[in-house]
Design a protein around this ligand. Structure first.
Ligand code: 3MF
Ligand code: MG
Ligand code: MG
Length: 437
């Protein structure tokens, strides 16, 4: 089999002292963190769209990325070759999973029927390569945002035919995800929202979206697919306002439309920050609602106001993320998908390896730091102490639901004034975290 990355060896763990740029310094797949191997804790995934379909083009300039294997056509032959390239890349990185949009892997045809046929041809090759290499599908999804037909939305389009087309595309993508053993299915609603409210019936659009999700779930059940459905929150871009604005908006929609237990969340760092949150906030908010299903691991640029989809290299970020993820012992059927792209100027194929190696090592370091913090327990002990007034007396009555306003007023009239507050010690806690980095 032709090699597409002949100059790249299989990337191995060489330890923190290694100076080899094509080696892991911290990601040691067999190293145990809180009882599970790094491989099982992270369940790293390569995304097809940025990694094998990215061209480096941006709104102001043409593509720059050197991809010698890609003839730039939409032919099936080119798509089949990309599959071989993808699995060589995934195998050399030693990453267990990958993710795709339907239209990343197979070209859209002139009719829906032709698109389905193209998808089937490529899916057969993906299955072959999965069986040959052992790499698995973390999740599939449908691209309901690129084609002009989706300009007014897909499941929230004002055009019923477009809604029906989107349903057909998601039906097929769920079927192929199931066929390939995918463990989850993602819905990112890049066009599900509005550009302005003068032309929008928000109530009907949200109602249509809820019906779409129930139809999707019903179909998944009917074919035997029990993969986890995941909403991927994002506040904006390309749509001015995206209905899946953030974790809270998603969970509100899920709860109000009978989707509890059916849909969890795929949280992306750059989407969290675009929504005005930290990633730690979105992860914790999802976790406390038992809705943290998977993550799109990337980072934005705090000085830029759009989704830059950069690879995560900030150890503070990965430590904060792992402090939350370790609280729920990992991501279950989900994983750590690098929804991230090399910069337009990092145009050589080898840059794809540097980017993923850096992201994987950053998560490994963050997990080791977070595990050390959790092991010493000083952070947890501080928080426990801070809320200790709710462990007994009036606080316990508030938490067990037996207190009433009248009780609380009688208690405070008797007592006269609240007990003094204790310091929040933010600076001490930030210093504490720094001791572990
Ligand atoms: C957009 C995204 C999307 C989603 C993808 C899967 C193109 O900002 O993050 O990537 O991750 O559609 O849901
Ligand atoms: Mg994403
Ligand atoms: Mg994104």
């Amino acid at each position: 089999m032709a090699e597409f990355f002949p100059e790249i060896p299989t990337i191995q763990y060489e330890g923190p002292e290694s100076k080899n740029p094509l080696a892991y310094k911290h990601y040691n797949p067999d190293e145990i963190i809180e009882g599970q191997s790094m491989k099982d804790l992270f369940r790293f995934s390569v995304c097809y769209w940025h990694t094998f379909r990215g061209t480096g083009s941006d709104p102001f300039g043409a593509g720059t990325l050197q991809r010698p294997w890609d003839d730039g056509s939409d032919s099936i032959e080119n798509a089949l070759k990309r599959v071989d390239v993808a699995f060589e890349f995934i195998t050399k990185l030693g990453v267990p999973f990958y993710c795709w949009h339907d239209r990343d892997v197979a070209p859209e045809g002139s009719t829906l029927k032709e698109s389905h046929a193209n998808f089937d041809k490529i899916a057969a090759r993906l299955k072959e390569k999965q069986d040959e290499t052992g790499a698995k599908l973390l999740w599939g999804t449908a691209n309901l945002f690129s084609h002009p037909r989706y300009m007014h939305g897909a499941a929230t389009s004002c055009n019923a035919d477009v809604y029906a087309y989107a349903a057909s595309q998601v039906k097929k993508a769920i079927e192929v995800t199931y066929q390939l053993g995918g463990e989850n299915y993602v819905f990112w609603g890049g066009r599900e929202g509005y550009m302005n409210l003068y032309n929008t019936d928000m109530n009907r659009e949200l109602d249509h979206l809820a019906k779409f999700m129930h139809m999707a779930h019903d179909h998944a059940k009917s074919i035997g697919f029990d993969g986890q459905f995941l909403f991927e929150p994002k506040p904006k871009e390309p749509t001015k306002h995206q209905y899946d604005f953030d974790a809270a908006a998603c969970l509100n929609f899920i709860g109000r439309n009978g989707l509890d237990g059916i849909v969890k969340l795929n949280i992306e760092t750059n989407h969290a920050t675009l929504a005005g949150h930290s990633m730690m906030h979105e992860l914790e908010y999802a976790r406390i609602h038992d809705a943290l299903g998977s993550i799109d691991a990337n980072t934005g640029d705090m000085l830029l106001g759009w989704d830059t989809d950069q690879f995560p290299t900030d150890i503070y970020l990965t430590t904060q993320m792992m402090l939350v993820i370790l609280k729920q012992n990992g991501l279950g059927t989900g994983g750590t998908n690098f929804d991230a792209k090399v910069r337009r100027e990092s145009f050589e194929p080898i840059d794809l390896f540097h980017a993923h190696i850096g992201g994987m090592d950053a998560f490994a370091r963050g997990a080791k730091v977070a595990a050390a913090i959790r092991k010493d327990g000083l952070l947890d002990e501080f928080v426990k102490q801070r809320y200790s007034s709710f462990d007994s007396g009036v606080g316990a009555k508030i938490e067990d639901g037996s207190a009433t306003f009248a009780d609380l007023e009688a208690y405070m009239l008797e007592k006269g004034e609240a007990d003094a507050n204790t310091s929040g010690r933010q600076e001490y806690l930030e210093n504490l975290v720094n001791q572990y980095l």
